[in-house]
Design a protein around this ligand. Sequence first.
Ligand SMILES: Nc1nc2c(ncn2[C@@H]2O[C@H](COP(=O)(O)OP(=O)(O)OP(=O)(O)O)[C@@H](O)[C@H]2O)c(=O)[nH]1
Length: 313
Amino acid sequence: MSERQQILIIDDETDNLRILSDILREQADIILAKSGQQGIRKAAELKPDLILLDVVMQGMDGFEVMTTLKHNAETSDIPVIFITSLGETHHEEKGFRLGACDYIQKPFHTTIVLARTKLHLELRRQRTMLEQLANIDPLTGIANRRRYEEVLKREWRVAMRKQSPVSLILVDIDNFKHYNDHFGHAAGDKVLKKVACAFRDRLQRPRDLVARFGGEEFIILLPDNDRQGCIEVMERCRQAIEQMPLDDLNNPDIRHITVSIGGYTCRPDTDSKPQEAIKMADDMLYMAKHQGKNRILWFCDSEGISESPPATL
Ligand SMILES: Nc1nc2c(ncn2[C@@H]2O[C@H](COP(=O)(O)OP(=O)(O)OP(=O)(O)O)[C@@H](O)[C@H]2O)c(=O)[nH]1
């Protein structure tokens, strides 16, 4: 991760903003806010890596700003350093109790401000890296199952609140064992990467998610789209994979692979559970395999089972 980090400085004194940004601009890109309200807005919008927050300010003070930041899921994990003239122990204690990662007293020494911000930016960088490692499948570079389950829980709650549909899709590469046995594990790995890319490139809404479920299985989440819309998206994926050239694998015998897909569209309510929805998609995948592979079987609570491409008589 080489891109520059961002520090948001919230202080109602223009001179303080100028002095701090002069000190810190070599370390990171600086965002300035002249009031608590403006700081909260910029924190949610720009998600800086670190916030330097004054306590004594006109209107909303730093402690109130901190409380608001910690109550908003979008800003709650951004580290905050209080930088203030309030020097008594109980002020410092209150700052830490509210969730600050550090407390610097004014008048401050430039070297101390630099050393502490450097430390917290580095911790932030390492934390982001660990989060990415914990959420990404190392072979394909897409989300892993852990990440999928986390996002699914969140989208399930959103769908319940908004009474909107959510679709879960399981995908399994057809005859992959044969492929692996014939051409080796390394060639199989290349296919897995290509399939992951094919899905990632075609699922374009920001909340769509494709993850590696394990082995040669992928799992997809399409929130806020109806059954027909989801089937169309997945049919485009199925066709793209079927037509995907495997020439670079130098296997004259197998030029193409196919996938079977099981989908389930539902409207989550208090009686339903994400794990049951995954099971429904798995049942559809099983049927897709059973009916000849390279096809989509879909179940929707209100419309029953459908197949894509449509079965010919
Ligand atoms: N190359 C590679 N192969 C994997 C990986 N994970 C699982 N596999 C292989 O995927 C194959 C799955 O085989 P099966 O479960 O029998 O399924 P299949 O041959 O695709 O048969 P159908 O699902 O009925 O079409 C096995 O050979 C596994 O070794 C992986 O990370 N890399």
